[in-house]
Write a protein of this length. Structure first.
Ligand code: NI
Length: 310
């Protein structure tokens, strides 16, 4: 027999003697019923055997009113949750200069969200991820971090990875070395200021970054360039169903999925997308976790024909 949970004093029902004050009988009767109901619902056998569910007890002489305020709690939230994987975010040097996916055999996927933090859409997405115990990577624009540092802080506080997406979202291939460095360094500084951590990876705006630039930033700042293997073109706002469909069609083990928490449609698409990926057996890693699964520099350096708005 299991013990019932502890009760507060006023819920403890069984007064040893009859009531001596007006109204006390009502309380006793009500409380006892509550106790019996709860105990019965817990499957505690003593309730029926000790008193019998319908057997009058010591204070049953007083009729009581029903508890009209109690409601059975609704089942809410999401049943499906990503299991805790016990994989720490790595601290060592990233194992390559460029990644667009990582050739793993297990069903791991990295969801990435660019161009935030956004004051409404990013928190909404964070709620969805938290409900599902999913870790993602946010490629933030440094200027937006300076505008919404609290959102950036929440990203990190909730266990997500934060990555560098330049300070002003200019195409880095159009900039000279000094200006290019400035875009990246200012974002490192903004993220550190807001969150206390430094980004470990870089996603260049529009995916545009020359090989010599990638190599220079990897050597000087330790930041690998992260592109993607799945692009739902969500920035064109085709509607949440299409965004979801494209992601689901594109994900394979080791995929890096590009999308944008800047756009509300993308965030709208996430519950169905994430749940469907979990049903397919996928587990979610941050980008650094995913690339750490492949040691050495055996990365795919796919040339990405970047559309206009990444
Ligand atoms: Ni972008």
């Amino acid at each position: 027999m299991t013990s019932p949970p502890s009760f507060s004093g006023q819920d403890l029902p069984l007064h040893p003697s009859g009531s001596s004050r007006a109204g006390e009988g009502d309380e006793s009767r009500l409380s006892r019923r509550g106790f019996l109901t709860l105990a019965a619902s817990l499957g505690a056998g003593f309730t029926a055997s000790a008193y019998g569910a319908d057997t009058p007890g010591p204070s049953d002489a007083v009729k009581t009113t029903a508890n009209t305020t109690y409601r059975t709690p609704q089942i809410s939230g999401v049943v499906q949750r990503c299991p805790d994987l016990g994989i720490p975010i790595p601290t060592g040097p990233p194992p390559g200069v460029t990644f667009s996916r990582v050739p793993v055999t297990d069903q791991f996927v990295a969801m990435t969200f660019d161009d935030g933090p956004h004051p409404q859409n990013t928190p909404r997405l964070l709620d969805m991820l938290r409900e599902r115990n999913i870790r993602a990577t946010f490629y933030v624009i440094g200027r937006n971090v300076d505008l919404y540092p609290a959102v950036a802080r929440r990203v990190v506080a909730e266990g997500h990875e934060i990555g560098n997406h330049s300070y002003t979202h200019r195409s880095l291939t159009t900039l000279g070395d000094a200006a290019m460095h400035d875009e990246i360094k200012k974002t490192q500084d903004a993220v550190l200021r807001a969150t206390g951590v430094l980004p470990r990876t870089l996603r260049p705006p529009y995916g545009a970054f020359r090989q010599n630039q990638r190599q220079a930033i990897y050597t000087e700042l330790g930041l690998p360039t992260i592109l993607w293997s799945v692009d739902p073109l969500d920035w064109k706002r085709p509607g949440p169903a299409i965004v979801s469909q494209r992601i689901l069609a594109g994900v394979t083990p080791g995929a890096i999925v590009l999308s944008h928490d800047l756009h509300s449609q993308t965030v709208d698409a996430m519950p169905a997308t994430l749940d469907a990926l979990m049903l397919k057996g996928y587990k979610f890693l941050s980008v650094s976790q995913l690339i750490a699964m492949k040691g050495g520099d055996s990365t795919q350096t796919t040339t990405v024909a970047a559309p206009a708005e990444h």
